[in-house]
Design a protein around this ligand. Structure first.
Ligand SMILES: NC(=O)c1ccc[n+]([C@@H]2O[C@H](COP(=O)([O-])OP(=O)(O)OC[C@H]3O[C@@H](n4cnc5c(N)ncnc54)[C@H](OP(=O)(O)O)[C@@H]3O)[C@@H](O)[C@H]2O)c1
Length: 303
């Protein structure tokens, strides 16, 4: 990959430093959507400077400095990012707009390469948000960061390629593999259950999830460790404490919603695994929502 390895000249670095207070760091969030914006707000609370890059910046929360750019347009990116001068940390958390091989390649491989090429100076560290879709396991067993990854679907294969690009580059990096993200505004499952649609008991398929606020919390926790020069692992699996079958989750939700169950749907989820978050917890992270029950109870308060 053509990664930008230029070192920042002192004069240039001073110009960048003058815009920040002594302990303030600059974090560029490329693909600053749901998780990126929640992360940005946590970093702003800690007085860091946050730059959010996406095509449509009018949805960014106040305080995040918006950069309107398309990650697939290298020339546009180069001219837009030339003004940044320097960022300490790059968080790459763009998501594919199209669920196709081309859409995934654009978002996770080309966009990543483009932003690294376009930045005038390399960041000190890259965080790349990946997915537990890189695992192929279907034996209900536990998986962790050391487990084999042989994804059969293009989505997992492309994500794994993107992980390799980040990890084989010259810039120190950390991959964070999220399981299924749920949270405010992601009401697909709640709406299905409200319509009476729940999952069948058989065949057993474990599912794994993480609340959006914990995604942001995990990234913020790891970024702070990087700021404090603590040793980071190359990869963390970010999922809550409670893998559960879709049968259990949907029936529990139906109970909470007092909804009649009318349809039992056979899960189309491929694979069945339980994701271990032990490495993340050993690093000192405490989940705000350790289980789907806690997370969904909070969401249902606003229903
Ligand atoms: N959803 C899940 O359950 C799940 C599970 C595991 C991992 N993940 C990963 O977690 C990360 C964060 O997800 P999220 O929920 O925060 O996604 P999201 O809300 O969809 O945010 C992604 C952002 O990427 C931006 N983006 C997409 N294409 C772009 C382009 N060509 N140029 C510039 N910006 C672009 C979009 O903004 P614009 O449209 O304004 O450009 C969007 O705001 C992603 O990497 C995702 O793949 C998600």
């Amino acid at each position: 990959m053509q990664q930008n390895t230029a070192t920042h000249p002192d004069t240039q670095f001073e110009r960048a430093s003058k815009q920040t207070t002594p302990k303030q760091r600059t974090v560029l969030i490329a693909g600053c959507g749901d998780v990126g914006s929640a992360l940005g707000l946590l970093l702003l609370d800690q007085d860091h400077k946050v730059i959010g890059l996406r095509r449509n910046i009018n949805q960014l929360p106040q305080g995040i400095q918006g950069i309107s750019a398309d990650l697939s347009q290298i020339d546009q990116l180069k001219s837009t990012l030339a003004d940044i001068l320097y960022c300490d940390t790059l968080v790459y958390c763009a998501a594919a707009t199209n669920h196709s091989e081309q859409g995934y390649t654009e978002a996770y491989i080309n966009g990543l390469k483009n932003v690294l090429t376009a930045l005038p100076y390399p960041p000190k560290h890259i965080f790349f948000t990946s997915s537990t879709g890189v695992y192929h396991q279907s034996d209900h067993d536990w998986v962790d960061e050391e487990s084999e990854c042989k994804p059969s679907r293009f989505s997992g294969q492309i994500m794994l390629q993107a992980e390799n690009i980040v990890q084989q580059g010259t810039i120190p990096s950390t991959v964070v593999r999220f399981s299924g993200i749920y949270g405010p505004g992601r009401n697909h499952l709640i709406n299905k259950v409200k319509q009476g649609d729940v999952a069948a008991k058989e065949p057993l398929k474990y599912t794994n999830r993480i609340h959006r606020d914990d995604c942001a919390g995990v990234l913020c926790h790891l970024i702070n460790k990087q700021f404090n020069q603590a040793q980071l692992e190359q990869c963390y699996l970010a999922s809550d404490d409670t893998p559960a079958s879709m049968f259990d989750v949907t029936h529990w939700l139906a109970g909470q919603l007092n909804s009649m169950t009318t349809t039992e749907t056979i899960s189309r989820i491929t694979g069945s695994k339980r994701c271990s978050n032990q490495r993340l917890k050993d690093s000192g992270y405490s989940f705000k929502y350790p289980s789907y029950q806690e997370g969904y109870k909070e969401l249902l308060k606003t229903e």
